[in-house]
Design a protein around this ligand. Structure first.
Ligand code: TYM
Length: 324
């Protein structure tokens, strides 16, 4: 069974990225063939800085390693260095309807947010489909916001197989039972999102920031600490974060805080996060001084990824009549 997932190198990693996706990657690398991609070509569809981009990409790789990705157990590589991604994206674009792309929620949101109708933003999900299909992927661990893109990926794979003969595996999304949509701390009806940094608890935040952000997180009316996302979105979000970092069921945490107030829950969560997030910060610091080690991991990953990608592309070219 092969697992593939990706994350954009732009902006800082927040706990939504970690709990929704990366934590699952760590579990998969222990039991399945796992391929993880830093999608730098997706990152340039919204404003970015070309001068510092290479540095950011290296830093981001160091951050995934700090999270626990192990190059002995998975392939980690940079999307733009394996040219097959853009080749397949072009080919898939020939069978994808414009209407299918215009319907994508993320496209509509980003278009409005960045006041841009660049074709790259519209075509974004085709490149994502190419990423996944190139590796004959079975499982794609993602957060809830990427499910629509995965549905389109499946549609494209099925369409391609029907038209040109069986070429691609049909991938399935994998969403964690809890944490597939971590909400903004200051507005728990919205998703925690890098595009709104003020809503985020970043994975490498210092203890003083953790304290400030958690203590000022929006809570709900009433006093009881119970998990009920509709009625109590703020407290439910904090309980979700608590449960996932403490590795304990929500029910147990509810019991622990029975009869206690919101402030107590928050204080205890701050303590937990300070402890659990410390190793991430420490490892990140270590790795940021080891650029050549990180580069070597990326070179290795690129070589391994290319072998799989080229094998799929040979088949695709044949099936599409582009080679004899
Ligand atoms: P990106 O970089 O926005 O996010 C990376 C992963 O984090 C998840 N995520 C969340 N999970 C829970 N709660 C949140 N608040 C939250 N915010 C983000 C995302 O669902 C994602 O899994 N298009 C993708 C990158 C991509 C990709 C791929 C993913 C490109 N090609 C192929 C999988 C397979 C993206 O922008 O993710």
């Amino acid at each position: 069974m092969r697992v593939f997932s990706g994350v954009r190198p732009t902006d800082k990693l927040h706990i939504g990225n970690y709990l929704g996706a990366i934590k699952q990657w760590l579990e998969f690398q222990e039991k399945s063939e796992s391929v993880f991609c830093i999608v730098d070509l997706h990152g340039i569809t919204t404003p970015y800085s070309p001068k510092s981009y290479q540095k950011e990409i290296l830093e981001k790789t160091a951050e995934y390693l700090a999270c626990g990705l192990d190059p002995e157990k998975c392939i980690i590589f940079i999307q733009s260095r394996v040219k097959e991604h853009t080749e397949l994206a072009w080919l898939l674009g020939t069978i994808c309807q414009v209407g299918e792309l215009q319907r994508m929620t993320q496209y509509k949101e980003k278009r409005q947010q960045h006041k841009s109708a660049a074709a790259g933003l519209l075509n974004y999900p085709i490149l994502m489909a190419a990423d996944i299909l190139l590796y004959q992927t079975d499982i794609v661990p993602i957060g809830k916001d990427q499910v629509q893109h995965l549905e389109l990926t499946k549609t494209l794979a099925k369409k391609f197989n029907a038209r040109f003969g069986k070429t691609f595996k049909i991938p399935e999304p994998f969403l964690p039972k809890l944490g597939a949509k971590i909400m903004a701390l200051n507005d728990p009806k919205k998703k925690m999102s890098k595009s709104m940094p003020e809503t985020c608890l970043f994975l490498f935040d210092e203890p003083k920031d953790i304290k400030k952000k958690i203590m000022s997180a929006v809570t709900d009316t009433g006093k009881t600490i119970e998990y009920d996302p509709k009625r109590k979105p703020g407290i439910s979000n904090l309980l979700t974060i608590y449960s996932l970092f403490a590795d304990e069921p929500i029910k147990k945490i509810e019991k622990q805080f029975q009869g206690k107030g919101y402030a107590e829950l928050k204080k205890s969560l701050v303590k937990l996060l300070e402890k659990e997030m410390e190793p991430f910060r420490r490892k990140r610091k270590e790795l940021l001084n080891r650029n050549s080690y990180v580069e070597e991991i990326l070179n290795q990953g690129e070589r391994k990824a290319r072998v799989i990608a080229q094998s799929t592309m040979n088949d695709v070219y044949k099936k599409m009549g582009l080679t004899g």
